[in-house]
Write a protein that binds this ligand. Structure first.
Ligand code: NAD
Ligand code: UD1
Length: 344
């Protein structure tokens, strides 16, 4: 079976690609390299050259290119939609860029996918909940008004997909609300590869550990949390990858049209604790200081994770320590190989 991954050269898409390849699926990757590099394809080939993904370089906001792509690949069994811009900060500075890319991109994709009734998985985020009144966060918690255009694109994206499934009995879709994906593939040949200064915590920690950056700033320690720093639900990216495959399999045999699942371990870990755990597992001390809180950060978010386990049979295999170690191995690989994300 052939699966299309939009944004498949990005962090999560590339990991899902390796999983699909290893299970014998053919993969078509669509990407415009706005936040990735062709080097990622070479890394994917280094992991598995026997069943290589097909790369189609195009922008999903381009209707004509998308239509042509789906005519060319008329034997698809499903689509996983990762392609989006994901910087919360940048989305506040450049809202139109985010609404255009994430919403127009989704709408154009939906037109071709719905017309063919192809099962669709959508990369959503726990950001849709804002600061939930209830912890752990269940899927039926209401959306809170988002503080960022990025967050709004995920809320709107889910609504647009849900509304579209309600008009076509044959069209099925699922929104996966990721909590905080971290870590890298077991081979350490792919991982999270920020083009600019990392905004996410774990790549920042590993870059400080390798000496690329002087210090980690911990954004605030006066929150109403056990140690004052923010609490998140970190999940290994390969466990997250598995959730996509289970999701697709579920859609192929499901009766209903639209599903929503949290994907997290259900374990709340503070920023300070995560840094400590990294130091413990790697024996490297991380130079850090406490700074002002980052605008828009919610104090606590962790999942009630049982729905996906019960309904899809998803069983996470990796601990947070294993995820941290894998991220560290990837950073070391990047350092020793001299690879650069700009290498085309
Ligand atoms: P990423 O930036 O690494 O990957 C996204 C990929 O999509 C990139 O390769 C980029 O070049 C491509 N892309 C973006 N716009 C495109 C367009 N118009 N046409 C074609 N390609 C385009 O991001 P990621 O971390 O892999 O995230 C994947 C998805 O998961 C995103 O939708 C993101 O919002 C969502 N998500 C990520 C996280 C996280 O912490 N990484 C958490 C929750 C949700
Ligand atoms: C963020 C987005 C989320 C998005 C995800 C994708 C917010 C609130 N949420 O998740 O919607 O889907 O990124 O990239 O922005 N931290 C530091 N120092 C750093 C970096 C982070 O202390 O240098 C802290 C943050 O304050 C946060 C935690 O580490 O408490 C995790 O941060 P991050 O990895 O950016 O993820 P989120 O902010 O949870």
């Amino acid at each position: 079976m052939k699966i299309l991954l939009t944004g498949g050269l990005g962090y999560i898409g590339a990991h899902v690609c390796t999983l699909l390849q290893s299970r014998g699926y053919r993969v078509v990757i669509v990407d415009n390299l706005v936040n990735s590099s062709k080097q990622m394809l070479r890394q994917l080939l280094a992991i598995d050259s026997k069943n290589p993904p097909i790369l189609e370089l195009l922008d999903i906001t381009n209707t004509k290119d998308l239509e042509k792509l789906f005519q060319q690949h008329d034997d698809l069994s499903g689509v996983i939609h990762f392609a989006a811009l994901k910087s919360v900060n940048q989305s506040i500075q450049k809202p139109l860029k985010y609404y255009h890319n994430n919403i127009i991109g989704l709408i154009e994709l939906l037109k071709v996918v719905e017309a063919r009734s192809l099962p669709l998985i959508f990369s959503s985020s726990c950001t849709v909940y804002g600061q939930s009144d209830v912890l752990p966060i269940t899927e039926n918690q209401p959306f809170k008004p988002s503080y960022s255009p990025y967050g709004f694109t995920k809320q709107m994206g889910e609504q647009i997909i849900k509304d579209t499934t309600s008009t076509n009995e044959q069209f099925k879709a699922m929104s996966l609300r990721y909590f905080n994906p971290i870590g890298a593939h077991d081979s350490a040949l792919i991982g999270q590869w920020p083009i600019n200064e990392p905004e996410n915590l774990v790549p920042y920690i590993t870059q400080v550990a390798i000496g690329k950056r002087k210090e980690l700033k911990i954004f605030g320690d006066q929150y109403d949390t056990p140690d004052g720093s923010c609490v998140r639900d970190y999940i290994h990216v390969m466990d997250l990858a598995e959730a996509h495959l289970l999701g697709l399999e579920y859609l192929w045999s499901s009766k209903s049209n639209y599903y929503v699942f949290n994907v997290g371990l259900g374990e709340g870990v503070s920023v300070k604790r995560l840094v400590k755990r990294f130091e413990e597992v790697t024996k490297i001390s991380i130079n850090h200081r406490i700074t002002n809180p980052r605008e828009g950060d919610v104090p606590i978010a962790y999942a009630e994770a049982s729905k996906i386990q019960t309904q899809l049979g998803w069983i996470p295999k990796y601990s947070i320590d294993e995820a941290l170690l894998s991220a560290w191995k990837w950073e070391q690989y990047l350092d020793s190989s001299g690879l650069s994300i700009d290498s085309t």
